[in-house]
Design a protein around this ligand. Structure first.
Ligand SMILES: [Zn+2]
Ligand SMILES: [Zn+2]
Length: 548
């Protein structure tokens, strides 16, 4: 039987940019194609996507891209991949509704080939077949993926929680998962994000109670911020608002767009007369209003962040407003979120970001739910994904406690194939992998060298030394110049550095002086050494030679 490889291009050892290849011979499918957000050191970087070189190289073998759900960490890399590779996308009607307009904004129409599936369909992809299975999460129409290979079933849980009272009433198909378990799951690739949380996570339904309480206490307007894709949360807000006779307006382009599509398709059911347009809010008293807004992650261009800076023309925060944060902070965004929260308090709003009755619950399985999944599927091999190394480690500890043998558990690493042959599973040779950093303008040329330079300038400053040289005579023309930017050392150090560079250049012979590259390196070395010694700083030194 053929060798089967599972190759994560992202999404393991990290939370974000989920993107996993399953390959058997000449057939290859991709599960999800997500993005992640930059850490604090990636100056000027907007988003991060996986390095798609492996897929570009093997694009003729790619039978399809299968999407588990419409969260950005699972779909946000699609437009960058599809700019380089042609392949059909398979997803649910809901996922299509959320991604299509974004893809059409960035790609020519002929590169977008979306084919819909329903949970339970079986899609043939070369020698492989893919079966999406409904699992609950924090977004509608979320699916696990069971991939049949000649070695056995690979079960990818995707993101999940076991919620028996989901907002849309569509329960997980645990019966089907159990059937696959009886048939034999070769490897379970399980969500591990919330493995540190003991017990069983609360149902999404618990949020309705939390919202009821906040709505009952609020005297003035209520603003609620969540992800633009959190259709269930918006549904809950409309229901609770209707109970209290409040009208609801939505702000933020993506949120309004998603609501329009989801109302049309029936994924959100808004009580009659509850939804109003933002420009209609002036017709109602404060205590009869609720407003849904984007900006839960402190995104600078979002409506809520602009409101917090009193820069949003369409709506101003005022004393008496209640602002509810109904979203988990994505790691890395905390600073921006707290700054926004503080500004909102300054403007007189009461901000609720935590409460005894939950105003937000996680969409990921807690420990007992993860154990239930292992128990249902009884996998031969176990490999946690969608987690940082500490989550993967703890998940495997739980696996061991449940009696899973150590040699049948794997800690996946990005780019390293987990290979399955007739008798064993083992790690193969790494493929090309990594992260592509994309800046605010959509440029993907932000290399690690660029980031290194930006950090150097940000932390240590920059010094530019300009020298004009007559190349035929090997002589300096005029006086060299030294300019410092963002540099925190003393002027005296700079003067001394300048004198040293000047002395060094004067000691060069005309032949040496004609070697402009050497002169450039000499200037940088002399200045660098002196400044480090005197000021303990390592600014970026930029020697500029003007050839006369
Ligand atoms: Zn998700
Ligand atoms: Zn996810």
């Amino acid at each position: 039987m053929a060798l089967v490889q599972v190759i994560p291009l992202g999404g393991v050892g990290e939370i974000g940019k989920n993107c996993t290849v399953v390959r058997e011979g000449e057939d290859l499918v991709l599960i999800d194609c997500g993005l992640s957000f930059p850490d604090e050191e990636m100056l000027g970087v907007d988003i991060v996507v996986p390095d798609f070189s492996y897929l570009v190289e093997h694009q003729t073998l790619l039978r399809g891209i299968f999407l588990t759900h419409a969260h950005e960490d699972h779909v946000g890399g699609l437009s960058y991949l599809l700019a380089q590779v042609r392949a059909p996308i398979y997803c649910t009607e809901f996922t299509e509704a959320l991604i299509r307009s974004k893809l059409e904004e960035r790609l020519p129409k002929d590169r977008i080939d979306i084919r819909r599936f329903k949970p339970g369909d079986i899609i043939t992809a070369g020698k492989l077949s893919v079966e999406p299975i409904r699992l609950t999460h924090s977004i509608p129409e979320n699916c696990a993926m069971a991939i049949r290979t000649s070695q056995g079933i690979m079960l990818f849980t995707g993101d999940f929680k076991l919620d028996f009272t989901p907002v849309d009433g569509k329960a997980s198909n645990l019966a089907r998962i159990g059937e696959l378990g009886r048939e034999g799951v070769l490897c379970l690739f399980s969500d591990s994000t919330n493995v540190e949380r003991p017990g069983w996570g609360p149902s999404e339904r618990a949020v309705t109670e939390g919202l009821r309480k906040v709505f009952a206490d609020a005297k003035g307007r209520i603003l609620l911020t969540t992800f633009a894709s959190n259709i269930h949360r918006m549904q809950q807000v409309y229901e609770v608002a209707a109970e209290r006779g409040r009208k609801v307006a939505a702000v933020g382009r993506r949120m309004e767009q998603n609501l329009d599509i989801c109302e049309r398709l029936g994924y959100v059911k808004i009580p009659k007369g509850t939804r109003i347009r933002l420009d209609e809010i002036h017709n109602y008293p404060d205590e009869k209003l609720a407003i849904l807004t984007t900006g839960s992650q402190g995104e600078p261009m979002s409506a809520l962040v602009q409101m917090s800076k009193a820069e949003y023309g369409r709506l101003q925060i005022r004393r008496g407003d209640t602002v509810i944060y109904s979203a988990r902070p994505i790691p890395g965004n905390e600073g921006a979120i707290w700054r926004t929260v503080n500004r909102l308090f300054d403007l007189g709003a009461n901000v609720i970001y935590e409460s005894k009755t939950p105003i937000h619950v996680s969409g990921h399985a807690y420990q007992e739910e993860l154990k239930a999944m292992i128990n249902l599927t009884k996998p031969f091999y176990l490999a946690p994904v969608h987690g940082e190394p500490r989550h993967q480690h703890m998940y495997l500890q739980i696996g061991a406690e449940m009696g899973h043998p150590a040699h049948r558990m794997f800690t996946m690493k990005a780019g390293v194939p987990l290979c399955f042959d007739d008798t064993s599973a083992y790690f193969g040779e790494p493929v090309i992998h990594g992260a592509i950093l994309i800046d605010n303008g959509g440029n993907s040329q932000v290399s690690t060298d660029v980031i290194k330079d930006r950090l150097t300038i940000a932390n240590e400053g920059m010094i530019i030394i300009t020298v004009a040289i007559d190349k035929t005579k090997g002589k300096i023309v005029g006086d060299p110049k030294l300019e410092a930017r963002a540099y925190s050392g003393s002027d005296k150090t700079l003067d001394t550095a300048f004198e040293h560079v000047w002395d060094h250049l004067n000691a060069l012979t005309p032949t040496e002086m004609k070697d402009l590259l050497r002169v450039k390196h000499d200037i940088a070395d002399v200045a660098k050494r002196l400044i480090q010694k005197r000021a303990g700083l390592k600014p970026m030194i930029v020697p500029v030679i003007i050839e006369i």
